[in-house]
Ligand binder design. Structure first.
Ligand SMILES: Nc1nc2c(ncn2[C@@H]2O[C@H](COP(=O)(O)OP(=O)(O)OP(=O)(O)O)[C@@H](O)[C@H]2O)c(=O)[nH]1
Ligand SMILES: [Mg+2]
Length: 516
């Protein structure tokens, strides 16, 4: 009888703890308090501190901002009803992770759970423990098998966890049933990712898309959320009285919520549609200028933003948390031989990205689709770079960017030993090893980018009277000068230049340059 579980009392007492105090404690003990998978999850997080840096691979533009935003409620005040408030209150605090694995290797399941730990931490939670069960299939009613679910309930009560996170997307009914057993709220991986996204989205479009994804996720679960929350609100988690009487909002309320959500979603879709032309115009403009574009793609936390900083000193937010970047940032740079190109940072990929989110992040993927070159940054110090590599390549393929030249960069080379290098080299023979932190290999990255981006330059030869020195300096600025000689009539100068920049030099051309 779950209702009589001896430890359910402890859970209730925990629920009364001062939430604010725990939230503050979270900030201090950020990476503390792990067990089982915690240590390895920390390894992912702690590398920077061990090296004596504190996430200083970029100028820390708005990190405090973001930290401060962490616990603040919704993105919009328009849907200020119980449902939304409840959803927003899914602030994770002390969590236990659970997963089910079958045929696949335990190692995979552990890696996945470790990533979930990092995600949960990014969302502001302290991970207390992680539990995996081996089963041919997740239990259709309670996800974990009934017996294991009971064990989980005991662990939850013992550790004082207030949330269980399942490493999957739970059916609404599974979530409810499992909650009934463990007596604290149960959420899934998708909810965590959505939560992080909502904390981090910055642009209007990013926010709108995240909110849309949240509502989409929420809609089929409406009843479920209401139910569990009303139990929370009553302070009564557990107990035998969890039947019909203690259900959440009545049917009418749910209908009302549903209608409000639908109309909000319609409004968001309309907004997003209206934003698209502006974005397209921006991109078209870039294409018209024929400036080649480079997109930095890669798994979350791989060091994409750090790499962008290294290359452009742009000061894009770098944070040792997953999904530091939620909106793509475009910067201008140029090759060593003076050809301009744009460099776009993108959102990190994550395995099993919920389909609602693939949709939501199309805007950033578009940067990848349009790129002339994809710089695929991989965290070479990660325990399983191969599957990260694969995840990213899958998504690149899905958005139709498979044919774009790809440069694989194994980043964090300061943390990669020789043995690991050998393995990585076997994985991607042409890859470059680099460290955004130490600068190792960055020149190689730049050289390879220069090699890969299309060179649209044409040769020209000018004769410029000495009175027009400004033309000479303009040519030095806009093109690559290959030779320069002083004759009686003026300066004779040859250069390679982008065709879009020819106009001002036409009057001085000696002959039409042969087109290659
Ligand atoms: N040791 C080491 N750490 C690095 C290096 N490059 C980046 N990092 C760290 O890795 C973490 C993630 O870096 P980011 O640049 O934010 O990674 P990202 O890929 O942009 O992450 P998202 O935007 O969240 O997907 C930060 O803590 C960086 O300080 C490196 O070369 N060596
Ligand atoms: Mg980033």
């Amino acid at each position: 009888m779950t209702a009589d579980h001896p430890t359910s009392h402890d859970t209730e007492t925990r629920a009364d703890d001062d939430v604010v105090a725990r939230v503050l404690a979270n900030a201090d003990s950020h990476a503390a308090g792990y067990s089982l998978f915690g240590q390895r999850a920390q390894a992912l997080q702690a590398t920077t501190d061990a090296a004596g840096f504190d996430s200083t691979d970029g100028e820390q533009l708005d990190r405090d901002d973001r930290a401060a935003l962490r616990r603040v409620g919704g993105l919009s005040t328009e849907l200020e009803d119980v449902t939304e408030v409840e959803y927003r209150q899914l602030r994770l605090e002390n969590v236990i992770l659970i997963g089910v694995y079958s045929g696949g290797s335990l190692e995979d399941a552990e890696n996945s759970l470790r990533e979930l730990a990092a995600l949960a931490e990014t969302a502001g939670a302290v991970v207390l423990d992680g539990l995996l069960q081996r089963r041919p299939h997740p239990d259709p009613s309670t996800y974990l098998g009934r017996g294991k679910a009971e064990e989980l309930a005991a662990v939850v009560a013992h550790l004082g966890a207030d949330t269980v996170i399942a490493d999957t997307e739970l059916a609404p009914s599974q979530r409810r049933a499992l909650e009934d057993v463990v007596k604290v709220k149960v959420i899934d991986r998708t909810a965590v990712i959505l939560d992080i996204f909502s904390q981090h989205a910055k642009s209007r479009e990013g926010k709108a898309q995240v909110e849309l994804a949240q509502l989409e996720y929420l809609l089929p679960r409406l009843r479920g959320w209401g139910e569990s929350m009303s139990r929370q609100a009553g302070g009564q988690v557990g107990g035998a009285g969890n039947g019909m009487g203690s259900r959440g909002p009545g049917e009418t309320k749910i209908e009302l919520d549903r209608r409000r959500i639908h109309s909000r979603m319609a409004k968001l879709r309309k907004q997003i549609k209206e934003m698209k032309p502006a974005r397209d115009a921006k991109r078209a403009n870039r294409r018209r200028n024929e400036v080649p574009s480079v997109a930095i793609a890669g798994y979350t936390n791989a060091g994409k933003s750090s790499m962008l900083n290294r290359i452009t000193r742009a000061g894009v937010l770098v944070e040792n948390a997953l999904f530091a970047t939620l909106d793509s940032t475009v910067r201008r740079s140029q090759t060593v031989d003076g050809r301009p190109y744009t460099l776009a940072d993108t959102v990190g990929f994550v395995r099993n990205l919920p389909h609602q989110l693939v949709e939501a992040f199309r805007s950033t993927l578009e940067e990848v689709q349009d790129a002339d070159v994809i710089v695929h940054v991989v965290d070479g110090s990660h325990p399983d770079p191969a599957s990260q590599l694969q995840t990213v390549r899958d998504v690149i393929g899905e958005v139709g960017a498979r044919d774009i030249p790809e440069l694989v960069v194994f980043n964090k080379s300061d943390l990669i030993d020789d043995d690991a290098r050998l393995v990585l080299r076997g994985l991607v023979p042409g890859a470059v090893f680099a460290s955004a932190r130490t600068g190792e290999g960055i020149d190689e990255v730049l050289a390879r980018i220069a090699y890969l981006i299309p060179d649209r330059s044409v040769p020209i030869e000018l004769l410029v009277p000495y009175a027009h020195g400004e033309v000479i300096s303009a040519l030095h600025e806009r093109g690559r000068v290959t030779s320069q000689a002083y004759t009686e009539a003026g300066t004779r100068i040859s250069a390679l230049i982008d065709p879009t920049r020819l106009a001002q030099f036409e009057p001085y051309r000696l002959e039409a340059a042969p087109r290659s």
